[in-house]
Structures are given as C-alpha cells and as structure tokens.
Design a protein around this ligand. Sequence first.
Ligand code: SAH
Length: 213
Amino acid sequence: MASEHLSAAKQRMIDQHLRARGISDERVLAAMQRVPREDFVPEALRPHAYDDRALPVKLGQTISQPYTVAFMAQAAQFSRDERVLEIGTGTGYGTAVLACLAAEVFTVERWPKLSDTATHRLERFGFRNVVTKLGDGSLGWAEQSPFDAIVVTAAAEQLPTAFFDQLAERGRIIIPIGVPGTGQTMFRFTRQSGKLREESLGMFSFVPLVCDS
Ligand code: SAH
C-alpha cells in the first residue's frame, strides 16, 4: 500500500479511533502519530496497520490494538523524566510509544524470537532509551527498580507481588486482570504512602501473562 494511503489511514486512526474515543493527552497522540505501526506488523498485514484492532504476529501472539496502546499510555500519566517497566514486549510497538513518552523504558518478553526481533527493530528506528530483556516478566526486573510506572500488556489472573515491591512512591501499575478467554478489567494501581490505591478502567481483551517461574 502506498505511503500516502498509510498516512491517511493513520490520521483516521488518530481522529476516529483515538480522539473520538477519549484519548485526549496530546503527548500520547503525538507518540501514536510518530510510531510507524506498519513497520511492526507482518509484511502481508501492512495495509491493515491502522485498522483499530489487534493483529496476529509470530508464535500465536498479537500486536496490541492502537486504542489499547494509547489508552494504557494515557492511563499511566507519564511525565518525561520517568522510568517505565513494560511486561510483554511483543513486536515492540507499545514499547516504541512508551519510549516517546518516558525517559527510559525497560521491557521484558518471554519469547526469544519476539524479543530479538523487537530489539533490532527498536535499535534500527533509533530508540536509544529502551533496554530489552528476555525472561519471565511476572517477576518484574528487580535490578532496574524502582519504576515510576509498570505497564503490563498481557492478562494476569492477579497482581504479581513483585510489581508492588518494584514500584516507586506515587508510581502507577497499568494491568489487565481476569481469567484468560474472558475479557479482563484494566486496573490502575497507584502507590501512595506504601499502599496501593485501585481504580478500574474498563474491559479489554488480552493474551495471557504466562508465568514460567
Ligand atoms: N504490546 C505488544 C503486544 C503484547 S501481546 C505489541 O504491541 O506488540 C503480550 C506479550 O506478552 C506477548 O508477546 C507474550 O509473549 C508476552 N508475555 C506473556 N507472558 C509473559 C511473561 N510472563 N513475561 C514476559 N512476556 C510475557
């Protein structure tokens, strides 16, 4: 598909799927504008890069729906100097969006092939504030903690305790929680005086967070 078609499709995504559905943070919208989703999807799906839906990638995983990526980024309420942990690198698309919004992004993926591809892609696009790691993200990344935000892009059945331990005061965790196969509720947990304040932000659908350890 010619690049002018893709840029028109991207503009429609921003206006009709993001702004119209409540994404109002201009920094988040600028990040969604900047990151070329067509370069994160399999070649055959490039024409669909700006459809507002998750698309299949390798190993039975998905690239997240643009609205969901923008929603989670907005919910995390980043300021530019913050350090973020992302669980579930996948294609690296969400990672790239976070990298436009925060100072440093640490991202963990359990599939070597996905982690390698995303790492090379993010390097190629010049995202120098991203550090990738292969492993079980349900353990967080203790060596790099504390984090100002933790963004989890796979569905957990409950909040992993490591995330609380690795969260800075006033830090936020954005995480879908629920049983696989059914929808999940997106939660924002905010750390205040050593406790977590919980807010429920609506229903979403994610692939499961698989705990290997
Ligand atoms: N945001 C990604 C898509 C994420 S799909 C994108 O836009 O491309 C969820 C990802 O979480 C998958 O790649 C899956 O392999 C990964 N995942 C699932 N359980 C995990 C775990 N315990 N640790 C790290 N990654 C995990």
